[in-house]
Design a protein around this ligand. Structure first.
Ligand SMILES: CC(C)(COP(=O)(O)OP(=O)(O)OC[C@H]1O[C@@H](n2cnc3c(N)ncnc32)[C@H](O)[C@@H]1OP(=O)(O)O)[C@@H](O)C(=O)NCCC(=O)NCCS
Length: 218
């Protein structure tokens, strides 16, 4: 019988590897992105529909730069990481989703973003990955999980609303909404932990800004 609620098996807190099972029964492996994954991540990004890429990166973008891919594959895995979700397709491990988090210690917030490749959407994977991100944020001592999205992105608003996030217009940018959920920190942050050197949402806004400047020909 297919379980009504998706099953989630998380490894130990420091272990970012997990195994998910979709409501339809498909097993999905989740692990942090590594330097050897840059090519397959690029393929994943290129393989998203234009609309999904637009929604994920808050503007037009065909692919990630080699420098960005390299940076994403070398994140510290403590305060920030890219998690990739994979399945075997014809014996080949294939990325079908990615989820990112970046802890902002001075704000006790964890910034997140995710995408699921088009052919795998609406099967419960986004829900499971969002749960993984929330748990990770909690383990890192976050008091809130936050994400930015385009106002027009009904799918992500539906996903986050269902998961209990509040959705409000972004104060600084009329095109965006900010989605926020309070979480209970399971580990209180220590002074010895550095702040995330890169802020995920700033990065997304940077992309959006570049896109808008390109559009207006500045
Ligand atoms: C947003 C996204 C991650 C959702 O992933 P998913 O695996 O399809 O999500 P789920 O199957 O777990 O759906 C959970 C709920 O989200 C909502 N939802 C998902 N897709 C939706 C859609 N196309 N339209 C409206 N609501 C949608 C529904 O409430 C759904 O529950 P239901 O299927 O019981 O109705 C996926 O659509 C995606 O990758 N989009 C492109 C990238 C993106 O927009 N990223 C967000 C930037 S942070």
């Amino acid at each position: 019988m297919i379980p009504k609620k998706p099953a989630l098996v998380l490894g130990p807190s420091a272990d970012l590897t997990s195994s998910l099972r979709l409501p339809g029964g498909q097993a999905v492996a989740v692990r942090p992105m590594e330097p050897c994954d840059t090519e397959s991540m690029q393929e994943y990004v290129r393989g998203l529909s234009r609309r999904s890429r637009h929604n994920r990166f808050l503007g037009a973008l065909n692919e990630l730069s080699p420098a960005e891919l390299d940076r994403l594959s070398r994140l510290d895995l403590r305060d920030q990481a890219v998690l990739i979700a994979e399945v075997q397709i014809n014996g080949i491990r294939t990325i079908i989703a990615e989820a990112r988090y970046a802890m902002v210690r001075d704000a006790s917030q964890c910034e997140i973003a995710l995408s699921v490749t088009d052919g795998w959407q609406r099967q419960g994977l986004g829900t499971l990955l969002l749960d993984v991100l929330e748990r990770r944020a909690s383990e890192l001592g976050a008091r809130a999980v936050v994400a930015d999205a385009l106002c027009s992105n009904q799918a992500v608003k539906g996903l986050f609303r269902k998961a209990g996030f509040a959705i409000r217009p972004d104060i600084g940018d009329a095109r965006l909404v900010r989605m926020t959920k309070d979480v209970h920190p399971r580990v209180i942050s220590g002074d010895t932990w550095p702040s995330a050197s890169t802020r995920l949402l700033s990065w997304q806004r940077h992309l959006l800004g570049a896109h808008l400047r390109a559009q207006s020909g500045r």
